[in-house]
Design a protein around this ligand. Structure first.
Ligand SMILES: NC(=O)c1ccc[n+]([C@@H]2O[C@H](COP(=O)([O-])OP(=O)(O)OC[C@H]3O[C@@H](n4cnc5c(N)ncnc54)[C@H](OP(=O)(O)O)[C@@H]3O)[C@@H](O)[C@H]2O)c1
Length: 350
């Protein structure tokens, strides 16, 4: 069997573990064969779909901060090496298993997969694909699962954000950050304070609907928020950075404020000073969106259905910052790691 992995030998048993559908048919995929090392692009043999599974012709795959963590061994989930990263996709159904009734060959879908989507095709459970309408381009559709799913669950399910409340969001010009701004302002009618690492990112966040912005590379976040909203503080904080940024966001909360911990992009995990929770009747909570898939599927599914519905109603406008080719997957990772990205970063498989 021909198998190319950027000139390096590959794990033959892994490449051969599935049966070929057509003689010699292979598909291209990003491959992580060593943690913290650049990915390779190789050709893999497809395996047969199980009765409840579908094979998807992937058009676009999201590149998330979490994919970088997975490939460096710093994520909650640690797949066995070698593996193909990628958690979400848009594309069309190529093949369905014998028990599949929800989608058929040719349907346009978005979906989530268990870390294998950075490839020309991927296999996933029929439960985790959603049909999309003809008027939703596959490019924009690929932005919906992780970032909008997370933004919707953070704001609606966890923080119970109300119309007129003030929402502070950190890493606000990133993929999840812009989705939070979009949902908070355009769906929930909340006011957003966007917190980001440069003036350009602040400007973008304002253009995408934030009412105020703070460049947190310049001085105290808490003081800047106080200048904007007074000592009353903000009702909701969505934090993706962690460390001191999390602590300053926590200290910026109003009476009965809610802070949702989404990530630790800055690399530091802060401890919560419990006295602050007591003094202002504050709630500190976490959100691990992907985990809902296994713990409470109806909630998980609702986040995707809501994203599709909001798009259909013209209430949200996903922002794609940059699209890379599969062969440029390492450049895409670097683009995010070096804090150069804004909005959603995608890989195009076409
Ligand atoms: N819990 C969940 O279910 C869930 C779901 C989605 C995402 N997340 C988390 O949310 C965060 C954002 O994810 P994303 O995919 O949307 O990425 P992203 O926000 O598009 O990119 C990461 C951003 O984090 C900020 N950042 C701060 N310190 C950084 C550092 N030391 N290195 C790199 N970036 C740094 C940067 O923005 P500034 O320059 O503005 O600081 C950067 O642009 C990540 O922590 C991710 O793990 C969690």
């Amino acid at each position: 069997m021909a198998a190319l992995l950027c000139g390096r030998p590959v794990f033959r048993s892994w490449l051969c573990r599935g049966a070929l559908k057509g003689p010699g048919r292979l598909y291209r995929a990003a491959v992580c064969s060593e943690l913290k090392q650049p990915l390779a692009v190789g050709e893999l043999a497809p395996r047969p779909v199980l009765p409840h599974e579908v094979r998807v012709d992937v058009h676009f795959c999201g590149v998330n901060f979490a994919d970088i963590l997975v490939c460096s061994g710093q994520y909650q989930e640690k797949p066995h090496l070698p593996f193909t990263p990628g958690m979400e996709f848009s594309g069309t159904i190529l093949e369905t298993g014998t028990d599949v009734s929800t989608v058929k060959e040719g349907d346009r879908v978005i979906g989530v997969s268990h870390i294998n989507a950075m490839a020309e095709e991927c296999i996933t459970d029929q439960k985790t694909v959603w049909r999309i309408p003809e008027n939703l381009p596959l490019l924009e559709a690929a932005t919906l699962p992780v970032t909008y799913g997370t933004a919707i669950l953070a704001l609606e399910h966890r923080a119970r954000t109300q119309s007129g409340e003030t929402v502070l969001v950190t890493a606000a010009a990133g993929a999840t950050g812009l989705a939070v701004i979009d949902v908070a302002t355009n769906v929930l009618q909340a006011k957003v304070i966007a917190v980001a690492g440069s003036d350009e990112k602040c400007k973008l966040a304002m253009q995408r609907g934030a009412q105020f912005s703070v460049n947190y590379s310049q001085g105290s976040l808490k003081e800047a928020v106080k200048q904007l909203v007074g000592s009353g503080g903000v009702n909701v904080a969505i934090d993706m950075v962690g460390g001191d940024v999390f602590l300053e966001a926590l200290r910026s909360l109003a009476w009965e404020g809610r802070i949702v911990v989404i990530g630790f992009a800055g690399g530091n995990i802060a401890s919560v000073p419990a006295n602050l929770l007591l003094l202002k009747n504050i709630s500190a909570m976490g959100l691990y969106w992907g985990r809902y898939q296994f713990q409470n599927f109806p909630v998980f599914s609702k986040s995707l259905n809501s994203a599709l519905q909001y798009y259909h109603q013209g209430r949200i406008q996903p922002y794609v910052g940059k699209v890379f080719k599969l062969e440029e997957v390492n450049d895409a990772f670097l683009h995010i790691m070096q804090r150069k990205s804004t909005g959603k970063v995608l890989l195009s498989l076409k």
